[in-house]
Structures are given as C-alpha cells and as structure tokens.
Design a protein around this ligand. Structure first.
Ligand code: TYD
Length: 210
C-alpha cells in the first residue's frame, strides 16, 4: 500500500496558511504529486457545530468546544468520505489548514494546555503530521485587518493573538518529538514560499512515511 505525506499549516489568524497551502499545492502538482487540501474545523457533523460556535450562533462552554475540536479531528482523520487517512492511503499528499496544535494554542488559552493535549491523545495516536509548518507573523500585523473595530476590541484581539502565539511555542517545547518548521511570513511571499518548499523537500524525496 502506498502511503502519502501529511503536512499541516499552523499560525495565528491572518498568518497566511491558506495562501501558502495553495502555493505549495501548485508547486507539488507541477512535480507530479496528487495533493488534497483540507482544513479544520472539518466539513463533518462536529465541524458544522463548531462553525456555529465560531460565528456566535451557539454558546457552548469553552471546555465543550475544546472537546468538540478533538472529536471533529478524529472524524476528520477517519471519515470514509472526506477522511485524511483515505487520501494518505491512496498515496496523496494531504495539506491541512490547522490540526491539533491549533487546539493546544487556542483552546489552551481558556483551558489547561495539558488537558487539551490529553483530549487530543486519540488524534495523536491515529495520525501525526509528517511536518507541521508554523507561519509566524507578529500579532500586531493583524491590526490592519480589523480597522473597523473599536480601540478596545482591537487591543483585546491583539492580546489574545499574543497569548495564542506564545502557546504555540510552549506546545512545540512541550512536544519535542513533533516535527515542526517555523517559517517567518513577515516578509515577501515568494521568499516565505521558498522556505516552506525547502522544509517539505526532504519528505517528498524519501519514499516512505516515517
Ligand atoms: P477559521 O474561520 O477557519 O479561521 P482561520 O482562517 O484563521 O483558520 O476559524 C478557525 C478558528 O478556530 C480560529 O480562530 C482558530 C480556532 N480553532 C480552535 O480554537 N481550536 C482548534 O482546534 C482549531 C482547529 C481551530
């Protein structure tokens, strides 16, 4: 059975994950690979409920949201129609916009991170990324995207994103066996894209999953 590669993009809001996933997909396809791009929350039942929570249409407590993200992740891995494993089994390269480090960084801002890591033990057992690419931007650069909010809202949002960024690095330190590449995206897009590609190159040169 051919087994593909699983590559995850992580970063704070506005860090350019979807842009880089699209650029990497294009580059890998030119090299002849079949690439499947996906994102979390997933399109499954738990994912739909999460989108309602994210848009303020459901007010589940933070612990329930953290558990729901972990549940959605297992569905995203195993689902027979859109599951990541089904694509990897076909030998495809799967690019995923957010995975369990998003839970550690975001949900870990509201609940103890150790507990959030524990909640995600099933996903970590089922499928670890071959590589997690963290796109790093200063939280302040998000300001330009939220100009229509009040000063207080802008300040609060930046404080949250600073905490989320710190949590990402705390999670990387707490889980040193995870393969992570930190790529600065606070520079011209082609430069960052080149570094992303260089981080991925060793994976596509080796024939088998680690
Ligand atoms: P989305 O609209 O997809 O934002 P983005 O384009 O920044 O990825 O919403 C994802 C939001 O969900 C984002 O604010 C991070 C949050 N999130 C968690 O809190 N925990 C998780 O496990 C995941 C995957 C996302």
């Amino acid at each position: 059975m051919t087994i593909g590669k699983f590559i995850v993009f992580e970063g704070i809001d506005g860090s350019g994950k979807s842009t880089h996933a699209a650029l990497l997909k294009e580059r890998l396809e030119k090299l002849g690979f079949t690439v499947y791009v996906t994102a979390e929350p997933s399109e499954g039942e738990a994912g739909k409920l999460l989108r309602r929570c994210l848009t303020g249409k459901s007010d589940l407590p933070e612990e329930a949201i953290a558990a729901l993200f972990a549940a959605d992740r297992v569905d995203h891995i195993k689902n027979s129609s859109f599951g990541i494993l089904s694509h990897l089994e076909k030998g495809e390269i799967v690019l995923c916009d957010r995975y369990y480090f998003s839970s550690f960084a975001y949900n870990g801002s509201y609940s103890p991170m150790d507990w959030v890591i524990e909640l995600n033990a099933p996903a970590r057992r089922l499928l670890r990324p071959d590589l997690t690419i963290f796109l790093d931007i200063p939280p302040e650069s998000f300001l330009s995207r939220i100009q229509n909010r009040s000063e207080k809202e802008r300040y609060e949002k930046i404080e949250i994103l600073k905490k989320v960024r710190e949590n990402y690095f705390a999670a990387f330190r707490a889980l040193p066996d995870e393969k992570v590449a930190v790529v600065s995206n606070a520079r011209p897009l082609p430069e960052a894209a080149e570094e992303v590609f260089r981080a991925v190159l060793p994976l596509i040169e080796s024939p088998n999953r680690a």
